[in-house]
Design a protein around this ligand. Structure first.
Ligand SMILES: [Fe+2]
Length: 205
């Protein structure tokens, strides 16, 4: 088959992920097999459309790339401007993080008896091609920041829900937690489904 440029790797990824979830796997299997799919996706950096790779000077961007039709999972590109960081936050569902471009640090946190989130363990550095998991069973609180102070980094995230519409929390330094719903930075989605070039390349007429 001839090479089909563009977004085909993402289409193949969401198809494979949907088929994985069709079998009703438990979370460890989702994270291991889905993590392998994500590792394949971020092993190449030639498929993310530029519109979903644009940083914003004021804050990190979260571009929805795909939401499953029954919201079993969603795929998001996180675009980190130089030095940008999240607050300490939770997810409430499983998540997979694959580094596409650049690098980031993820520092895990745990709640202390006084209700304050404290760093737990060493920060994990993700370089291009690396994949990490989060979930309420593995450790759900972290703070993420761009490892680079002078360039954009991009990670591809997969979550076990329509993550932009999940009620979550941030954990301020003074203790307690604040509700938040992340939403998305984009209103339009990439077109995964125009397979005409692929069909035309294999049609002799
Ligand atoms: Fe996160």
């Amino acid at each position: 088959m001839s090479a089909v440029p563009g977004i085909a790797p993402l289409r193949e990824f969401v198809g494979a992920f949907g088929r994985l979830l069709d079998g009703g796997p438990d979370e460890p299997r989702i994270l291991s097999e889905g993590g392998a799919f994500l590792r394949t996706l971020v092993a190449r950096d030639d498929w993310l459309p530029d519109a979903y790779a644009q940083p914003d000077p004021t804050r990190y961007q979260q571009f929805l790339l795909h939401a499953d039709s029954t919201e079993r999972f969603s795929v998001v590109s996180f675009v980190w401007g130089p030095g940008q960081a999240t607050p300490v936050h939770d997810h409430t569902v499983w998540g997979l993080i694959g580094m596409l471009r650049g690098a980031e640090y993820s520092q895990g946190y745990a709640l202390g008896p006084d209700g304050r989130a404290r760093p737990q363990g060493a920060a994990v550095r993700l370089d291009a091609g690396d994949v990490e998991a989060v979930s309420p069973t593995l450790g759900d609180l972290h703070r993420v920041h761009n490892a680079h102070a002078d360039r954009v980094s991009i990670s591809i995230h997969v979550y076990g829900a329509n993550i932009g519409a999940v009620r979550r929390h941030t954990y301020p330094a003074e203790g307690g937690r604040k509700p938040f719903v992340s939403g998305y930075s984009n209103t339009l989605l990439p077109n995964l489904w125009d397979r005409s070039a692929e069909l035309r390349s294999t049609t002799s007429a």
